[in-house]
Write a protein that binds this ligand. Structure first.
Ligand SMILES: Nc1nc2c(c(=O)[nH]1)N[C@H]1C(S)=C(S)[C@@H](COP(=O)(O)O)O[C@H]1N2
Ligand SMILES: [Mo]
Length: 396
């Protein structure tokens, strides 16, 4: 099998070579900018982008579910892992992308710009790849620090560009296959450049690796407990916030400081069978359950916490709302904003771990964590864990 793959790629490489023109590992290239360096950095960057793509698609499927593709509620930390990985790989991609561009940038401005149709395809795919990659990592980083200084919606744009990036990456890999295959087969080794200066390829790769590792080490602590002490760059710190848990949007930012503590607050549970209002005392009088579940924010930070409250299935039963078979509509006291309303697919509503939480880490929910009541469900993105509940509707 390995022999076959090797022969096939060698054959493709042979065929493509005349189309692509001279490969750029000419002897005059300094080793630090040799094809080998570019390919090695490219491999890592490609891996980082593919991790980002896979975990990104997963995140979008959770946030915009397809009716025929039910997403899993377990393991409870699954989204914590996938989204933590997404942000870690995206962070590592920044130094890798800069290094990759540095090794090739003189070639980006060669003249004449286009010599053949194959060359045109190659150059067009590279232009798209470079442009889209830079935009993707830039708006991704800006989203981490919640700096929305661009005039387009983040999530839809980040997602659409990801598909463009993966398409351009596939074309790029096809076109560059001869160089990639050649590098794969030839033994490595440093050599001095034409001017006699010795620029070490290994040294360069070590520096790039160290930059990527530091970027990850100084931020990954927002989701990886063991690295928490090193987290000096990420905006959220593990354990820092009311009740030892970070906050994404405060009650003041959501405009609920008065409605959340109003004396006449009730949680309405509605269904085709009718509707029932629960006061906070009513909710406290129902059987209480305690679960350890994470908040896993799309922006990369995540943390486990102990939640206590009414199982959603018990609440629906108390309201005689029946077994959920369609998405629940969940509304917050918050009036504006994308998270004021969310939908919960039925498998989460039926999961016994899903709570209408009234307490967090042993105390009454802090107002910034969603007092009087919030949703907490296993395996879901933080954005769907609606705070300051007002109404839950079972649809059919
Ligand atoms: N009503 C409402 N609920 C919300 C939000 C919000 O802005 N409004 N933010 C969500 C996001 S993005 C996250 S990560 C979690 C954070 O929960 P915490 O602030 O209790 O840690 O709450 C979610 N619930
Ligand atoms: Mo979030």
């Amino acid at each position: 099998m390995a022999g076959f793959t090797e022969r096939a790629s060698a054959r493709i490489a042979e065929r493509l070579e005349p189309l692509v023109g001279s490969a750029h590992d000419a002897a005059s290239d300094p080793p630090v900018k040799s094809a080998r360096t570019t390919v090695v950095v490219g491999r890592l960057l490609g891996a980082a982008f593919l991790i980002c793509f896979g975990t990104g698609v997963y995140s979008h499927l959770l946030q915009d579910p397809l009716p025929w593709l039910p997403m899993p509620t377990r393991p409870v930390e699954l989204y914590r892992w996938t989204q933590g990985l997404h942000v870690i790989a995206g962070t590592a991609a920044v130094p890798l992308l800069l290094a990759k561009l540095w090794t090739v940038y003189p070639r980006l401005f060669t003249w004449p710009p286009v010599t053949s149709f194959a060359h045109f395809l190659e150059r067009a795919s590279i232009a798209v790849l470079v442009g889209v990659s830079l935009v993707e990592v830039t708006i991704g980083l800006m989203n981490l620090v919640q700096w929305y200084a661009f005039p387009f919606p983040f999530r839809a744009t980040h997602f659409a560009l990801a598909w463009v990036l993966v398409g351009a990456l596939a074309i790029h890999l096809g076109v560059k296959l001869p160089v990639i295959v050649r590098v794969w087969r030839r033994p490595s080794g440093d050599r001095a450049d034409a001017t006699g200066r010795f620029v070490s390829r290994r040294g360069f790769l070590a520096a790039v690796g160290a930059a990527a590792a530091s970027a990850v080490a100084l931020t990954a602590g927002q989701s990886v407990p063991a690295l928490a002490p090193l987290n000096v760059l990420a905006p959220r710190r593990m354990g820092v916030g009311p009740q030892g848990l970070p906050i994404n949007r405060t009650a003041a930012q959501a405009g609920v400081t008065e409605t959340a503590v109003a004396r006449d607050w009730v949680l309405t549970v509605a269904s085709p069978a009718g509707s029932r209002d629960f006061t906070l005392d009513d909710l406290r009088a129902l059987p209480q359950s305690e679960e350890v579940l994470p908040i896993a924010c799309v922006e990369g930070w995540s943390q486990s916490a102990t939640w206590r409250g009414v199982r959603l299935v018990d609440l629906l039963a108390a309201a005689e709302a029946g077994e959920p078979t369609a998405p629940l509509r969940i509304e917050s006291l918050q009036e504006r904003g994308a998270f004021a309303r969310t939908e919960m697919p039925p498998q989460y509503a039926r999961d016994p771990l899903t709570l209408v939480a009234l307490e967090l880490n042993g105390g009454t929910l802090d107002i910034d964590h969603g007092y009087p009541a919030r949703v907490i469900a296993p395996g879901r993105p933080g954005v769907m864990q609606t705070k300051w509940l007002r109404r839950i509707e079972v649809t059919s």
